[in-house]
Design a protein around this ligand. Structure first.
Ligand code: ZN
Ligand code: ZN
Length: 389
């Protein structure tokens, strides 16, 4: 029988919350089994990040990003035959490079335990376990991660606008409430379509640059989250298969809505954010070199016609936005009830937003849904009540 080493009882998922200053704590134990007494030089547990990077036109690069996170759980000693358990803890800074998997490669996290001199012929005994480090961009103190993003301004032809995105957690695979309010239109307009889309930008660069290595910035395709046009159902308010739109204006043929001079216009829509097969969490600013980092921009486009001029116009409003990982949903609190044991996480896909239907996601957050009727400038049926039906 040979000496063996296992990492046990550790968390598989670390939620990174940049720019949170105090690091996340990861803890567990290692079990060393010895068939006969052995003198070792020490035991170390460390956090290791591996990556694979494919910059188009270049060779695939694989490597390790060294982190400073390691802990020495034992110094030199002589151990008796049998099983020995050592507990350990590691501090993971919140600006650690998060996990990634995309067209251009991946970034994965491991825990590595090493018994120095614990193997045969005095070699090191090594054991590795996969772990996940997922980004959550929601502010920690803002329970339960309720987020709002707003665009306010004035357009010559559409007047003042107020666009809001609200979500209980703005994450990949999540649900958001989109609203666009044009409270006072200065001239009659026929609105053709309203689109909310998101675009990803990938920054690719080698963490170990050489004279031939390159870095590259690539912009992904525009992904539509909401698209409303003349083919959208007309009756108002209408509940749609994947959401809801409410407008108080009378739609005209071939248009989404006709709004007379001086009138207001509002659309509320509940939309699903694309899942992790299409969208990646926003990386944020990580410490040290990062092979793949992702940023997002959302754009709202209103296509409209001024009847006396006839030409289709496009108002485009864009803003940076950040998405949390679909896997960052906090785990349920500890319960001493035996039933809770069955629901212990089997990995970070537990509670993954992508796997839940829209009702489960909305159901979790129904107390925090906004009620639009009180604040909107046009009389809009109560969004909250409709949604909960
Ligand atoms: Zn997912
Ligand atoms: Zn997920």
């Amino acid at each position: 029988m040979l000496p063996s080493l296992r990492i046990v009882d550790y968390q598989e998922l670390v939620v990174l919350r940049p720019p949170c200053a105090s690091p996340a704590l990861l803890y567990g134990a290692v079990v060393l089994s010895l068939p006969r007494p052995k003198t070792i030089r020490g035991i170390v547990v460390r956090h290791v990040i591996r990556y694979e990077l494919t910059i188009p036109g270049h060779k695939v690069e694989r490597g390790i990003i060294r982190t400073e996170e390691e802990t020495r759980v034992s110094g030199p000693c002589t151990l008796a035959a049998g099983e020995h358990l050592f507990e350990w803890s590691l501090k993971i800074p919140h600006d650690t490079t998060p996990g990634e998997c995309c067209l251009y490669g991946w970034i994965r996290h491991w825990l590595e335990a090493v018994v120095e001199g614990g193997g045969i012929l005095g070699r090191d005994l090594v054991h590795e376990k996969r772990m996940w480090a997922e980004i959550n961009v929601a502010p920690e103190d803002d329970a339960p991660n309720y987020q709002q993003q707003q665009m306010l301004g004035l357009l010559d032809e559409l007047g003042p606008y107020n666009i809001t995105l609200e979500s209980s957690c703005l994450k990949v695979g999540g649900v958001l409430d989109f609203s666009i309010n044009l409270p006072s239109i200065p001239q009659t307009v026929a609105i053709r379509s309203i689109t909310l889309s998101v675009t990803e930008t990938f920054e690719l660069s080698s963490p170990h640059p050489t004279s031939t290595s390159k870095s590259l910035r690539l912009v992904g395709p525009k992904q539509r989250i909401v698209h409303l046009d003349g083919s959208s159902p007309r009756s108002t308010p209408t509940r749609w298969a994947h959401g809801m739109a409410i407008t108080t204006s009378e739609p005209a043929d071939g248009e989404f809505a006709l709004v007379e001079k001086g009138e207001g216009f509002e659309v509320l829509y509940q939309a699903r954010i694309p899942g992790c097969d299409a969208l990646h969490p926003s990386t944020g600013t990580a410490r040290g070199p990062t092979p793949i980092s992702v940023t997002h921009e959302m754009c709202v486009e209103v296509r409209y016609v001024l009847p006396e001029r006839g030409k289709v116009r496009n108002a485009k409003l864009c803003q940076a936005i950040r998405f949390s990982s679909c896997c960052c949903t906090p785990l349920p609190p500890y319960s001493p009830e035996p039933a809770a044991v069955d629901r212990l996480p089997l990995g970070p896909r537990y509670n993954c937003a992508c796997l839940l239907d829209i009702q489960s996601l909305v159901g979790d957050t129904k107390d925090h849904l906004p009620s639009y009727s009180s604040s909107s400038m046009t009389p809009v049926p109560d969004f909250h009540a409709k949604l909960l039906r």
